[in-house]
Write a protein that binds this ligand. Structure first.
Ligand SMILES: [Zn+2]
Length: 217
């Protein structure tokens, strides 16, 4: 088993597939957002630096993210692989990540592109609702992602909300931004023969079955 990077447009089902992978293979799920939140809580120098940057509303520079990421994937629970969420987003980050893997003597992982039809994703996003309390995401038009009781969180019973920017017009813009930003990263991994493309337009289970075939364990 190796590490897995999933690339998908907004509402492309990345979160759902990550959760399925996590359960099926018992892999840790590493998101840079969680790493930063975790690291800002202790008393270390890096924590002070992160807090300062976040208070000033600046973007945390790559070198800090890389330091945290390296420390995280060095842990034993990552020996059998892990799922990287929201990273890398740029070619620069991909190169820095590759260097970390080299330093740690780890193999390059699978980079899996969820090839997603824009119109389908648009319909999904218009029906996406989430729990304001625990953050769980649901979808009213996807069988596996529907809440048990309409408009109510299965986990904590809170009323579900629909994000205002989850609509067709803003989706168009977000999708185009995604394409523009992500294409260089896709090309980078394609050239290195690390990219796998998966048809993400049938249903959640079909997408997952294809990912399992790629990983093959
Ligand atoms: Zn909830």
């Amino acid at each position: 088993m190796k590490s897995i990077i999933l690339i998908a447009p907004p509402a492309g089902g990345k979160g759902t597939q990550s959760n399925m992978l996590k359960e099926e293979y018992n892999l840790p799920h590493i998101s840079t957002g969680d790493l930063l939140r975790g690291a800002s809580k202790d008393d270390s120098n890096i924590s002070k630096e992160i807090n300062k940057i976040m208070q000033e509303g600046r973007l945390v520079p790559d070198h800090i993210v890389m330091t945290l990421l390296k420390a995280r994937i060095e842990k034993d629970d990552c020996n059998n692989g892990y799922i990287l969420d929201g990273f890398p987003r740029t070619v620069e980050q991909a190169i820095a990540y590759e260097n970390i893997l080299k330093e740690l003597g780890k193999e390059n992982g699978y980079v899996i592109l969820l090839d997603t039809n824009k119109e389908d994703a648009k319909a999904r996003i218009a029906n996406r609702v989430s729990c304001p309390k625990c953050g769980r995401v649901y979808n009213n038009i996807i069988e596996d992602l529907k809440p048990q009781v309409i408009n109510q969180c299965d986990d904590c019973n809170s009323a579900l909300v629909h994000r205002e920017d989850d609509n067709a017009e803003t989706y168009e813009k977000r999708y185009n931004e995604y394409l523009e930003k992500t294409q260089p990263l896709i090309d980078f991994y394609k050239e290195k023969n690390l990219l796998y493309e998966v048809d993400n337009n049938v249903d959640v289970d079909y997408t997952f079955s294809q990912i399992k075939k790629i990983i093959g364990e």
